[in-house]
Design a protein around this ligand. Structure first.
Ligand SMILES: Cc1cc2nc3c(=O)[nH]c(=O)nc-3n(C[C@H](O)[C@H](O)[C@H](O)COP(=O)(O)O)c2cc1C
Length: 208
C-alpha cells in the first residue's frame, strides 16, 4: 500500500467510538506519538492554541459521566415523536468504557493580541484546535485506538472539574482506548438517526 492509499484508508476507517473499547490501557509511547501528531496541526498565526488534559482518574471520569447523563436527559426531553424513540437507543459516550479521556482546550490568549489571520474571524482559533483533534483522531485510528468525542456537557462544568482557567474553553472531551474493531458504518446511521449524504449534494462549482 502506498502512503497515500494508507492515509485514505485510515480516513475512511476512522469512526466515533462509544461501545467497542476493550478497556485495556493505552500504551504510553503510542499516546505520545498521537499527541505529537495533534501538536503538529496547523494553527492560525502559528498560535497553537490547544492544551491536552489527560484524565485517567476514575472518580473524575465518573463525575463527568454523571454530568453527561444529565445533559443527555435534557436533550432527550427536547425530542418528540420518532426522534425521541430512536434517540432512546443511542449511546452518546464511552467515558467509563475507555481507560483514558483527553480533554482538548482552546486558549484564545495564546499569541494574542496580534494573532496573524484571526483579526477578522475570531473562530479561526477554534478551527485550529479542531485540526489538532482531527490529527489525534486519525493517528489514533492508525494506531488501533478508538476515539469518541463527547459534547454533552456545559463548559463551566468541565472547567471547574479539571481546574481549567476561566479564559480557556474546553473544546472536546475525547474517550480514547484500544478497540476490538471499528464499525464500518457510523453508529448514528446504524441507529437510524441520520445517514451520510453524497458528496455531490454538497459540492458546488464556481458559486454556491
Ligand atoms: C464536534 C463533534 C461533537 C460530537 N459529539 C458527540 C457526542 O456528544 N456524542 C457522540 O456519541 N458522538 C459525538 N460526535 C460523533 C459524531 O456523532 C460522529 O462523528 C458522526 O455521527 C459520524 O460518525 P463517524 O465519526 O463514526 O464517522 C461528535 C462529533 C463531532 C465532530
Amino acid at each position: 500500500m502506498t502512503a497515500a492509499e494508507f492515509l485514505y484508508e485510515v480516513v475512511g476507517r476512522r469512526r466515533d467510538v462509544r461501545s467497542e473499547f476493550t478497556g485495556e490501557p493505552v500504551d504510553p509511547e503510542v499516546l505520545r506519538r498521537v499527541l505529537t501528531a495533534a501538536h503538529q496541526a496547523p494553527s492560525v498565526g502559528l498560535s497553537q492554541p490547544w492544551d491536552f488534559v489527560l484524565v485517567e482518574d476514575e472518580e473524575t471520569r465518573r463525575a463527568f459521566h454523571g454530568h453527561v447523563r444529565a445533559e443527555r436527559a435534557r436533550f432527550a426531553g427536547s425530542l418528540t415523536g420518532p426522534a425521541a424513540k430512536v434517540f432512546d437507543g443511542i449511546k452518546v459516550e464511552g467515558v467509563l468504557d475507555a481507560p483514558l479521556s483527553i480533554v482538548v482546550t482552546y486558549d484564545p490568549a495564546r499569541g494574542a493580541p496580534a494573532v496573524l489571520g484571526r483579526h477578522a474571524i475570531a473562530d479561526a482559533g477554534l478551527y485550529s484546535v479542531c485540526l489538532a483533534i482531527q490529527n489525534l483522531w486519525l493517528t489514533a485510528t492508525a494506531e488501533g485506538l478508538g476515539v469518541g468525542w463527547v459534547s454533552f456537557y456545559r463548559e463551566e462544568f468541565v472547567r471547574e472539574l479539571l481546574g481549567i482557567p476561566e479564559h480557556v474553553r474546553p473544546v472536546a472531551w475525547l474517550c480514547v482506548g484500544p478497540v476490538e474493531r471499528l464499525a464500518d458504518v457510523p453508529d448514528l446511521e446504524r441507529a437510524g438517526w441520520r445517514s451520510r449524504i453524497a458528496l455531490d449534494e454538497v459540492l458546488h462549482t464556481e458559486r454556491w
